[in-house]
Design a protein around this ligand. Sequence first.
Ligand SMILES: [Zn+2]
Length: 323
Amino acid sequence: MSVQSEGVLRRNFCLCCVGVMTLAASGVSLSPRQVFAKAKGIVDNMRDAAAEAEIVTHKLRGGLAVLEGSGGNILVSSGADGTLLVDAGITASQPHIRQSLADLGAGPIRQLINTHWHFDHADGNEWIASDGARIIAQEKTLVHLKAAQRVEDWDFDFPPAPPKALPSETFASSHEISANGDTLKLDYYAGGAHTDSDILVLFERSNVLHVGDTYWNGIYPFIDYSTGGSIDGTISALEKNLGLAERDTIIIPGHGAPVSNVVEMQAFHDMLVAIRDNVASLKAKGLSLAETQAQKPTKVFDEKWGQFVIGPDFFTKLVYEGV
Ligand SMILES: [Zn+2]
């Protein structure tokens, strides 16, 4: 297991955030071609950063562990049935992920579950499938990976994923599989959450719940309206998560500190509801986005939640879009 500073981890946090930060920081308007060139640079930067990043391993109960440092948090189940991963991280991290799995004594990867289609969760699909794993996802993850996608708030156009990277098994609303003595319940957030393709994965015996990007622990989240996400859908997803979680459930967020619990997730939910209500009442009075941002509707939460790359103004924009 290798350890690194929080600063290094944070730089490798998430493609979406790096993109937003870089474009926002540029402060200039770019032609579509320039935007594409800049965005392409961000992907390359992200891949380069992931190639360098060490992976931090957090061991949990029941033969489970979380790998932190390659895009979204990756949950690992290893045992007699080989290895199952929830999310694939970024391709450039492959050597480091392999090393972390070897350090855990994990066998060949047999199964991979994608929590949703985003790059920082599904980019590693191709190498993991090439190792012989089957890939399981909600059917809209397949739809999004199969075709070119534009994510407006990242200012980024994704090409279709290579055929090998596509999920080999999909489901509409729920699915159950077993691995290493545990039963895994996969459940779709109907109506859309962070995207329209998100699922949760509950390891019943271990009582460990991976909730993908419906939950960002300790930081403002990204919400992808371009592929069916919304603030209200995200809040509904959290209510579903809270209904499933018990006091001792280990909760794995898509981003942020990777080992969490129901108390922290409740605080994230309550923060989203309060900011949604603040922004909705300002928008209902006829305020523009800029006027709403000037009213600082996130202010009381910024010290705790706004210290990362989705800053107060950008998060206000993401909420304003959906109310
Ligand atoms: Zn995401």
